[in-house]
Design a protein around this ligand. Structure first.
Ligand SMILES: *Cc1c(COP(=O)(O)O)cnc(C)c1O
Length: 373
């Protein structure tokens, strides 16, 4: 996809804010606890490479990604730090995984056996680095029973080409006020861990929410995603123990204005009709950029004032009602601060009935990212 370096629209990512968020998380950890920054989905839309650099400066000692290609991208951009793939990798990629020194998540004995055969068939002597996933109630991936878990550990111990590097679980409700289900999951985790006689290098259970509100459970590594980017993983439900600094804004410019007569309509479906003569401005961002079509009726900021979005959001443009005529080139803030007005990611998420994570992940690579600070 072409990156829009020649367009009047960009994401602005504040490195200092990300540094602050990760550094605060790191400060709260015990000395022997590592922080792995989660960089899946191009760093939640903030740009994996730049965030990786900032994360290292702020104290991260490794990274987590969702798919192998995201790990390879980091290797290609020069990072030789530990990288854990959190999803299940393909057996045929095992040689590449070992070559690139990437750690994988394993959820079944069968996967281990198949991977071991591939190592043998390809005469690979370097070790496959394995983190065992435990399903304690997320219901996604991971071992559920002590029996299966001991078989996996036994198999790894019996094979020199496999290193049992880590073990982890993932909580479904760590971002909720009600901690009942969290406790159920933690109890199951502790029970499963009784099977593990020799603890591997990394024992990790914490995503952002767990590290923020259940820090006692951390283990010796945390997988920090959302809060590193300044996103409150609970939305508005829980207050973080330290300030999360918002790290992203979305800005554009008015590219065209016109006076519209009473009775004229705007946009696809002609859903908006001017009830009086009025000034209409065009903003060159649309749903193909990840500015959701459900934001019709929401507002943006121009000269410190809220301007309503009129008509439907198009693929690449949308229209707003202006209080008066403005010059083309006038700044439009879609997310961020303008004078004493502010639109947060959470405001957008609420309006779209989704979570702040989805809003940033949806930003298209067509939007250039400008890094500041
Ligand atoms: C995405 C993910 C994380 C990071 O979660 P945040 O809520 O963004 O901190 C941690 N662990 C696993 C297994 C994940 O899939």
């Amino acid at each position: 996809m072409a990156i829009g370096n020649h367009r009047n629209a960009s994401l602005v990512v504040d490195r200092k804010a990300i540094y602050h968020n990760i550094h605060e998380a790191k400060k709260r950890l015990k000395d022997n606890t590592d922080l792995f920054m989660v960089l899946k989905a191009n760093g939640y839309g903030f740009g994996a490479t730049e965030v990786a650099k900032v994360a290292k400066k702020a104290g991260a000692s490794g990274f987590c990604v969702a798919i192998l290609d995201e790990a390879l991208e980091l290797r290609r951009t020069g990072f030789d730090d530990p990288i854990l793939v959190l999803g299940i990798s393909r057996i045929q990629d095992v040689p590449l995984i070992v070559k690139e020194h990437v750690s994988v998540t394993v959820s079944s004995v069968e996967w281990l056996k198949n991977a071991e055969s591939v190592l043998q068939d390809n005469h690979i002597s370097n070790k496959l680095l394995v983190h065992i996933g435990l399903d304690t109630g997320m219901g996604r991936i991971g071992f559920q029973t002590p029996d299966e878990l001991s078989k996996a550990i036994h198999f790894m111990n019996a094979h020199d080409n496999i290193e049992f590097e880590g073990i982890f679980t993932h909580f479904a409700t760590a971002d909720s006020k009600d901690d009942h289900y969290f406790k159920v999951q933690f109890h199951r985790f502790q029970k499963l861990m009784q099977v593990v006689k020799h603890r591997p290098k990394y024992v990790h259970v914490s995503n952002s929410a767990t590290s923020l509100w259940h820090a006692a459970c951390n283990g010796n590594m945390i997988r920090l995603g959302a809060s590193g980017y300044g996103l409150n993983p609970s939305g508005r439900e829980l207050t973080p123990p330290y300030h999360l600094d918002s790290a992203i804004s979305l800005v554009s410019e008015i590219v065209y204005t016109k006076k519209v007569k009473k009775g004229r309509s705007i946009g696809y479906g002609a859903t908006y009709t001017a009830d009086c003569d009025q000034w209409i401005g065009t903003v060159p961002i649309g749903y193909a950029d990840g500015y959701s079509r459900s934001l019709g009726g929401f507002y943006v900021l121009v000269n410190g004032q809220r301007c309503p979005i009129v008509g439907r959001i198009c693929m690449d443009q949308f229209m707003i009602r202006l209080p008066e005529d403005v010059q083309p080139g006038t700044k439009v803030t879609l997310i961020g601060q303008d004078s004493n007005q502010k639109i947060t990611l959470q405001d957008i998420a609420d309006y779209c009935h989704t979570i702040n994570y989805e809003v940033t992940c949806d930003f298209s690579r067509r939007l250039p990212i400008h890094y500041i600070n």
